[in-house]
Every structure is written in structure tokens, then in C-alpha cells.
Ligand binder design. Structure first.
Ligand code: MRU
Length: 357
């Protein structure tokens, strides 16, 4: 196994866990950090119905593929509570949560897992609550494992470029891409990070910068357009990003702009890694062209903080994600190991529960 050959010393990640909870369930309520207003305001909002959870996902109060999967688990628990034993009503409510955003497959995966549990237990609330808790706990553990595994691709003194936010805020805790980055930092690798600001919702500027600064990781925020020049000039040793859906052939959907970074990285020979749990693989999706790409409100592009930056009537295209073809990818770091080319064969191995090595 690749892991056993690593020489890096293992870090006790729990000593470095962040001091905030992206999502927390207590007193029969789901509490979410309102990610729309970070970093200027820190506010935790309570949610107690399936519709409220669907809204929180749609409006990006909670965002990031694994985090919306975690929140959705509790949304389905609420749906079971609300339906008073009417299974059709439960399924209608579950569908509302399932369709709150279309691209990140962790959302559908979590809802389907909860619906299966609801069928098995005849809508038993205690079992559903436990299942939702398990989704969250398992996600955190998978993030720890991905960080340990991913640390091997980060060489000492590396400069890493990341895009969007794939940290603790985007997951149930710790993070995927940012998890690997934090692990490398805390294990003393003396890394430096460039974070793309990530237009139009500015997840890099608002959220990744916030997490990088809290972790004291030497870093700089850059406008998205600066990345190409840094890569060309040999300033970037590797690109590490998260993922929203991985197709069976290894194509990956992630935040808009990832595809362009992958093309430039391939051109200049810079290694390009995705970090994602197996729950982000959609084994039923043959290739990237089958991944639904969310298109969001035009005003996300027309405005910054409520102020128009273009004529109000200007038409806009606002795709939220793009697809990186597997040919541009060096590896996909998962909790089961690093998937390398040929991606279709290695993803099939994972589907069948076989070892990658
Ligand atoms: O629109 P968002 O903010 O939900 O998009 C988030 C991303 O694209 C992340 O890179 C991805 O979900 C991975 S998060 C671990």
C-alpha cells in the first residue's frame, strides 16, 4: 500500500482541529455558520425544518460538497419528523432537500442514504438522527485520512495554489484540499499557499483566507487572473483543490475556474490534484459531460455586496462549476488512496471494493 511506504511522520490531527463547527446538531436543531457573511460577521443560525435546511443549502448559508451532504442528513431527519408517518409526504419533503443544489453529488448521496434508513426503520426518528450523525462523523474521519495520504504529494518548502474553499467550512470538519494543506503545514513542511479569490461568490477571498489565517499558514490571496502568470513563472509547485462530483472516467466537476487552472498547469507541467472522499464519486455518471452544472442568479455576477458593477440590465452567464477532464489530472486523493491514471480502471476498482495498488 502506498500509505505504508510514506516516510513522513504522522501528525495527531485532533490536536490541530479548528475551534468552530461548520454544522452542529443539538437540542433537536441544526446550527450552521452563516457562510454568506463571513469574514466580516460570524453568526450561527438555527434550522428546525426540512424546508429551512433546503433553503440553507440553496442560498449557500452552508456550502461545499461534503458540508451540504452533512446538513442534508439532518434535513431528512426533520422531514421524517414532519410527515407524521405519511411516507409519500416524507419522500416529497426529501426530494425538496435533494434538489436544493444540482452539482455536488454528496447531497444526493446523503439524502439517498437517509431515505434507505427511513425505509428500513419505518421512519424511526432515533435511527435517522443516528444516521445523520454518522454521515458527519464519517466525513470528518475521511478528511483526516485524506490529509495523511495527501501529505505525500507535498514536498518540503512547496508553494501550493488552491481555488474556492475546500476547508473545514466546506466539509463537516477539517477539510479536503485545505485539510491536506493544513496537514503539510502543521507537520513542518514550510509551505506557502496562494488562494484564488474565486469570483463571483468569493469563497477563496472570504472563506479560504479566513481559514488560512486562523491556521497561521503563510499565504497570499490573488485575483483569479493572476494564477496563470504564477504557474508560467514557475512559482507554483502543485495545485490542490476540492471536488463536487467525480465521474466514472475520472472527469471532475469543481468550482468554476478549476478547468482553466488545469489546462495551464498541464501546459507548464505542474502537478494537479483533487482531494475528495469516495462519496464524491458518482459511479453512475459515465463522464464529465453527464454532470449537471448549476447556473446561479445573474445578480451574483452583476453585483458586489448589493452594488451593481455593470449596467443593471446587462445579461449574464453564471455557471457555478466547470469540469476538468481526467487527462489534466495528476491524481485524485481519497481516503482509500490516491487514484492515478488510468482513472476509469482505478475508479472501477474502488467501486468493486478492491485495493488501488
Ligand atoms: O458553490 P460552492 O461554494 O458550494 O462550491 C464549493 C466547491 O466547489 C468546493 O471546491 C467543493 O465543494 C469541494 S469542498 C470540500
Amino acid at each position: 500500500m502506498e500509505r505504508d511506504q510514506r516516510k513522513d511522520k504522522e501528525l495527531n490531527i485532533k490536536d490541530y482541529r479548528e475551534d468552530f463547527r461548520t454544522l452542529e446538531f443539538k437540542n433537536d436543531r441544526l446550527y450552521l455558520i452563516d457562510q454568506r457573511i463571513l469574514p466580516n460577521d460570524f453568526s450561527i443560525l438555527p434550522f428546525e425544518t426540512s424546508e429551512e435546511v433546503a433553503f440553507a443549502i440553496k442560498d449557500m448559508i452552508v456550502r461545499g460538497a461534503p458540508a451540504i451532504g452533512g446538513a442534508a442528513g439532518y434535513g431528512i431527519y426533520f422531514a421524517a419528523k414532519e410527515c407524521r408517518g405519511d411516507f409519500d409526504e416524507f419522500l416529497r419533503k426529501a426530494e425538496k432537500v435533494r434538489s436544493s443544489r444540482p452539482t455536488a453529488v454528496n447531497l444526493m448521496w446523503a439524502v439517498d442514504r437517509m431515505v434507505r434508513k427511513a425505509k428500513e426503520t419505518n421512519l424511526d426518528l432515533k435511527s435517522l438522527r443516528k444516521e445523520a450523525d454518522s454521515i458527519v462523523e464519517e466525513d470528518i474521519e475521511m478528511n483526516y485520512e485524506m490529509s495523511r495520504i495527501g501529505n505525500e504529494v507535498v514536498r518540503p518548502n512547496a508553494t501550493i495554489l488552491t481555488h474556492c474553499n475546500a476547508g473545514a467550512l466546506a466539509t463537516c470538519g477539517w477539510g479536503t484540499a485545505l485539510g491536506v494543506i493544513k496537514y503539510a503545514h502543521y507537520s513542518g513542511k514550510n509551505i506557502f499557499v496562494y488562494a484564488d479569490e474565486t469570483r463571483p461568490r468569493l469563497q477563496g477571498a472570504r472563506l479560504t483566507s479566513w481559514e488560512l489565517m486562523r491556521a497561521n499558514i503563510p499565504s497570499k490571496l490573488i485575483p483569479d487572473g493572476a494564477a496563470a502568470t504564477l504557474i508560467r513563472d514557475g512559482e507554483i509547485d502543485c495545485v490542490i483543490v476540492g471536488a463536487d462530483r467525480i465521474a466514472a472516467n475520472g472527469d471532475v466537476a469543481n468550482k468554476l475556474g478549476t478547468f482553466a487552472l488545469s489546462v495551464i498547469s498541464k501546459h507548464y507541467g505542474v502537478p494537479f490534484y483533487f482531494v475528495a472522499p469516495i462519496t464524491t464519486i458518482d459511479f453512475n455518471c459515465p463522464s464529465g459531460s453527464d454532470i449537471p452544472i448549476e447556473e446561479r442568479d445573474k445578480d451574483e455576477v452583476r453585483q458586489i455586496e448589493g452594488t451593481y458593477t455593470c449596467p443593471k440590465e446587462m445579461d449574464v452567464l453564471n455557471p457555478c462549476f466547470d469540469v476538468t477532464p481526467h487527462q489534466n489530472i495528476t491524481g485524485i486523493i481519497t481516503e482509500k488512496g490516491i487514484i492515478r491514471p488510468p482513472f476509469d480502471i482505478n475508479i472501477e476498482k474502488i467501486k468493486k471494493g478492491k485495493s488501488l495498488f
